[in-house]
Design a protein around this ligand. Sequence first.
Ligand code: XIL
Length: 325
Amino acid sequence: GSGLNEVARRSGRIFGASVRMDQVSAEPGLANAVASQCGMLTPEIHLKWNSIEYRKGQVWYQPVDALVKHARQNGQTVYGHTLIWEQGTPDWALHHLHHKKDWDFVAAHFERLLKRYHADIPVWDVVNEPIDTQNGSKGLRRNTFQRVFGSGYIEQALHTARHFAPDAKLMLNDYSFEYDNHVEADRRATFLKLLERLKAKGVPLDGVGIQAHLDLGKGPLRHQIIGPFLQAIADMGLEIYITELDVKERDYRATAAIRDQRVADEVARYLDIALDQRAVKGVTTWGLSDKHSWLKVERGDRVDRRRYGNPAPNRGLPYDVSMKP
Ligand code: XIL
């Protein structure tokens, strides 16, 4: 084969994309691309608590079951995203946590997912986006879990996940580690300190997810910035997955060819650096087609809506809105 996963396999890695089963089922072109390019699938939304149990008591496994089955039929593995993410937690559950301060409730959520899917999903983002250096508490994001259970909630989550999934790879996943500016420098340092604390305490943590939402507005990527950061993670014995790769580009008035070249160059620069690190085991793009990218037009962007529709698509993924590679 010549798909991206074949290319990844030549260096012992895996290539994947996040998908939504409603989209894959409705679009044969997308389904074909997913089948031919990917060795791994990440559910873009289906495993999040607010998809599993949007209303209290109404548990909805169907799209995850469908994704797992689809992956099995195509010889693909699945990346579990995510057990804890405040933005992906339904309000009723946050409300319950706030009032009852009930870890058993969190553990029960872990238990149902890890028991149901342990055979099909070998790797899990246990906590998504734990850090925040701007408004955080000692670098940790002030979310409901942190406020209710204290800063130990991360290690508690990892221990709980290990209890229900003795063989799974347990990960922390976070963003904005790529660029050469003060905010991202702080984020890199803070994340490394968190990882060091967890490793020193013997907390079960196997690896980290680096989201890698690249952004052409943030300046050049530098090997001397990203390389040592990834090396420090590798030196702790942790595996690294690039979990949500895409490129934000907003020059809607440039030609598609020019925009695509910029995106390709940015991805090439990033992967040349990241794949220099042996601990990087896989690369996942956040979606496969621009048609479904979470990157939407932002306020202040100047867009010719007659030409591009509303919202105008970002061109930061491997396929464009009409599935042209
Ligand atoms: C996003 C999905 O792409 C959207 O469809 C959903 O509405 C919200 O979540 N970082 C993450 C992902 O870890 O889970 C987010 O995914 C994008 C940012």
